[in-house]
Design a binder for this molecule. Structure first.
Ligand SMILES: Nc1nc2c(ncn2[C@@H]2O[C@H](COP(=O)(O)OP(=O)(O)OP(=O)(O)O)[C@@H](O)[C@H]2O)c(=O)[nH]1
Ligand SMILES: [Mg+2]
Length: 258
């Protein structure tokens, strides 16, 4: 994870930005809750120990997030996927169609750009963009800061769009109520067994871009069977965020959670 992918490098600070405000970016020290008076290069000598330290600190913070969010009755969705599976498109459509019934707040995670935050801002939902620099995932500390900055309302839905990556985000609990993994039919139906950790740690699996099924070799039943092999609790939604086919079931589920 961090040690090999470079997301712990201190020369790439994480920034938090809101589209509607020209606020100073909040620098994220990436100290994982531990005091560090030395350069934080993740070279403490033992890779396994580092991973355990980082993940156990993250898990503690995630539980604090979870307690805070539960106390305020905020349903939190952590959307994870490969880049480009359609997370932002699904979210745009969902907010546009449900914003009269549900109140949405959004945290966007990407390595760079405000693109996704700007798209969500256009729907009217409060949003904050976290740019992770070299980082390949969001962590519980980033979410803790973003929640405070966004001032998420009681009884609302908080959607976290994680950095597009089917590997590292699977290791980092953010304190979410549900983890939702999205695969699109252009990615191949073997993704659940090639990246099992992500599917194993998720609660919901959305299969997106079903409008493209006639043009690609993707067997939905095979993908679901592979996914159930690694996690037999997974609940599936098959939909197209573009044509909106299959979205009603997703909306019904979301409304039942609110
Ligand atoms: N045909 C089709 N295209 C879609 C669908 N959903 C999203 N797309 C397209 O897929 C591309 C990526 O969509 P995004 O919503 O930006 O994907 P993302 O997962 O948010 O991407 P990252 O944030 O970069 O990981 C865009 O060109 C969308 O228009 C769909 O259901 N069908
Ligand atoms: Mg996106």
């Amino acid at each position: 994870m961090c040690d090999t992918c470079g997301c712990g490098q201190t020369n790439n600070p994480v920034t938090f930005n809101k589209p509607e405000e020209e606020n100073e970016p909040v620098q994220h020290d990436h100290s994982h809750g531990q005091p560090h008076d030395h350069p934080h290069d993740h070279s403490h000598g033992n890779v396994i120990q580092i991973e355990q330290d980082v993940l156990s600190t993250n898990n503690l913070l995630a539980e604090r997030n979870r307690g805070y969010l539960e106390a305020k009755n905020i349903t939190t969705l952590n959307m994870v996927s490969s880049p480009g599976s359609g997370k932002t498109t699904l979210l745009e459509k969902t907010i546009q169609n449900l914003k009269k019934e549900l109140q949405f707040f959004v945290i966007e995670g990407d390595q760079q750009t405000m693109n996704d935050a700007n798209r969500i801002h256009a729907t009217g939902a409060p949003v904050i963009q976290i740019n992770t620099g070299n980082g390949c995932h969001l962590d519980a500390d980033m979410i803790n800061k973003a929640i405070k900055n966004l001032d998420v309302a009681d009884n609302s839905i908080l959607v976290i769009e994680n950095v597009g990556n089917l590997v590292c985000p699977s290791l980092f609990d953010l304190g979410e109520t549900y983890r939702i993994v999205i695969i699109s039919v252009t990615e191949g139906d073997d993704k659940p067994i090639k990246y099992p950790t992500m599917f194993h740690t998720s609660d919901i699996c959305i299969i997106n871009k079903i409008d493209l099924l006639p043009y690609v070799d993707f067997n939905i039943e095979k993908a679901k069977e592979y996914a159930l092999r690694v996690n037999h609790h997974l609940q599936f939604f098959e939909l197209s965020a573009k044509s909106e086919e299959g979205m009603d079931k997703w909306y019904d589920w979301l409304k039942s959670q609110a």
